[in-house]
Design a protein around this ligand. Structure first.
Ligand SMILES: [Zn+2]
Length: 107
C-alpha cells in the first residue's frame, strides 16, 4: 500500500485521539471506527475500535474490545501482523472464490 492510500483509509475510517505529546516514554491512542456519515461526509457515529500504547522501545500494546490484546514488539512484529492478516484474508478469498481478492494499492 502507498502512503497516500494508507492516509486515505485511516482518514475515511477512523477517529484517532492521541495522548502523550509531552510524554517521553510512550504515546497512547484511542481509536474509534466511523460507522455513519452525514450527506457532507461529516462523522455522525463511531464505535470503539482499539486502544494502543506505543513505547519508547518500539513495543506496542494494542487492545481490541474487552479481550483482544496484542503485544507487538517493534516494527518487525507490526509488519508480520499486517502480513498475516493480508495472508489470511487472501488465502480465504481464494478458497471461497471471493472476486475482490486483490488488495487495492499493491504494486
Ligand atoms: Zn515488546
Amino acid at each position: 500500500m502507498t502512503e497516500d492510500l494508507i492516509q486515505q483509509l485511516v482518514e475515511d475510517n477512523f477517529v484517532i485521539r492521541r495522548n502523550g505529546e509531552a510524554e517521553v516514554c510512550h504515546i497512547d491512542y484511542h481509536v474509534e471506527k466511523v460507522t455513519a456519515l452525514d450527506g457532507e461526509g461529516l462523522v455522525l457515529e463511531t464505535e470503539e475500535y482499539l486502544e494502543a500504547t506505543i513505547k519508547w522501545d518500539g513495543c506496542c500494546h494494542i487492545t481490541f474490545g474487552d479481550k483482544g490484546y496484542l503485544h507487538l514488539c517493534g516494527v518487525y512484529d507490526i509488519m508480520a501482523h499486517l502480513a498475516l492478516i493480508r495472508f489470511l484474508w487472501t488465502d480465504a478469498a481464494k478458497a471461497l472464490g471471493i472476486e475482490e481478492a486483490e488488495i487495492v494499492g499493491e504494486e
